[in-house]
Design a protein around this ligand. Sequence first.
Ligand SMILES: Cc1cc2nc3c(=O)[nH]c(=O)nc-3n(C[C@H](O)[C@H](O)[C@H](O)COP(=O)(O)OP(=O)(O)OC[C@H]3O[C@@H](n4cnc5c(N)ncnc54)[C@H](O)[C@@H]3O)c2cc1C
Length: 486
Amino acid sequence: MLDVIIIGGGVIGCAIARELSRFKLQVLLLEKTDDICNGQSKANTAIIHGGYDAKPGTQKARFNVAGNKMYESICAELDVPRKWNTSLVVSFSFDDHDKLEELLRQGAVNGVPDLRIIGQDELRAREPNVGRTAAEALLVPTGGIVCPYELTAAFAENAATNGVKFRRNAEVISVAKTEGGWRVACKDAVYRTRAVVNAAGLYSDRINNMVSEDEFHIHPRRGEYYIVDKKYADVFHAAMFQLPTKMGKGILVSPTIDGTVLIGPTAEDIDDKADTRTTAEGLEKALRYGSLTWENIPRKDFITTFSGLRAHSDKDDFILGEPADAPLFFNAGGVESPGLTSSPAIGQYLAESIADKLGAARNEAFDPIRHSIPKFREMTMEERARAIAHNPDYAKVVCRCETVTEAEIREAIRRPVGARTVDGIKRRTRAGMGRCQAGFCTPRTIELLCEELELDPTEITKCGGDSYLVQGDVLPNAEEKGGEQE
Ligand SMILES: Cc1cc2nc3c(=O)[nH]c(=O)nc-3n(C[C@H](O)[C@H](O)[C@H](O)COP(=O)(O)OP(=O)(O)OC[C@H]3O[C@@H](n4cnc5c(N)ncnc54)[C@H](O)[C@@H]3O)c2cc1C
């Protein structure tokens, strides 16, 4: 009998896992795919929102503002990079002044500090590259950016270090009430647990509707993006928003913590929860609106495109806590934007509610500290020399675009809840995320996965399932064939 099963290994499930590990509880996280951070949490704008946009009184408003306040200490404890680069909501007509005022009022009600509207002069002084038609802007000093993959991995690693167990490739197919708890079934295993947490993102409706008459439904809302090369890292300082629409926060031009620039996301309601295609129409729209903020977007320097699906629910808010008819079943459902920002606060709130209901004692041995993998690209020459002296694998650069070494890749595999796929390596180290998009480093990354996990190249996937990268017989190399070559 377990104490808690968490369904879903996105940023929300992993944040809850970490907070639950503060208590003496047997916790297991079940993730459907081959890795954590494979859903919404890997494909978003990565902004730590201030909280001006959510309707006052909603869970989104409450947890956005609370989560934002927790980021500084969470990122310090977990060694996750973040930057308080501010957000600007830019209007492109003076007729929209009232809309900026309305956002300011809403933000103030939500408890967002220091909001103010800035005129043309200050806007241009702050952001000289903003489009010519920009009129004025709402300045959000508490806006920031973070690495969503590193944050999710950090929550998971720290949870695992403090005793939480993780199982990947473990899709939950049924949840049913039993005497004294819940029966949770995957295809190959059945678990009994006192409490369940539903953090299944786009599929959180399915899980909730298995146990509660208080149903909700998730409608996927796709957002498409361009990523622009790092040479434009300094083109904008702030995350550059436009005025929000009823579909979301509008199209942004936003620097990322790693130096690339995002243009997007669009917002399109679709039917298929797995349809993460990018489309010509969506990308054209991202460019059209993005060009208001950034005229002459350098199209030759696009690195790639991607899309993410928002878990938009028909309740139009986060669905948190126990439904009335399912005690000890806790929802963290419909967590769309600002879910990344809210994750520390949602994790804390749900973990404390669960621990309270289960009468759990504090885990005195809980260690809040996690260290990130030391990044060769960020080291001084002296630090590099020391790292290589300590571990010669730091001298072997595998990803040339992002300067990621063999030492970092091996460590990403060896860590708790470590990488098992090429994309898992990419999200933990940035190997393959740069200009050439893994053109050069994939073969060596496959070899390192094989060496560390004692697998054959034909068993390595890009991102789980049948995304195999090597098929058929791998020819022996010339040396093994006695130097013969045709
Ligand atoms: C386009 C876009 C832009 C966004 N921008 C921002 C932003 O800038 N700032 C911000 O704060 N938020 C943003 N968000 C929102 C944020 O990304 C999400 O709120 C957050 O990632 C939700 O995390 P999650 O863990 O609930 O969901 P997910 O990350 O989707 O994780 C759910 C997990 O559950 C697993 N799962 C599903 N069904 C099962 C099952 N049956 N058994 C086991 N596992 C299962 C899935 O495989 C998945 O890994 C954005 C979202 C999108 C899509």
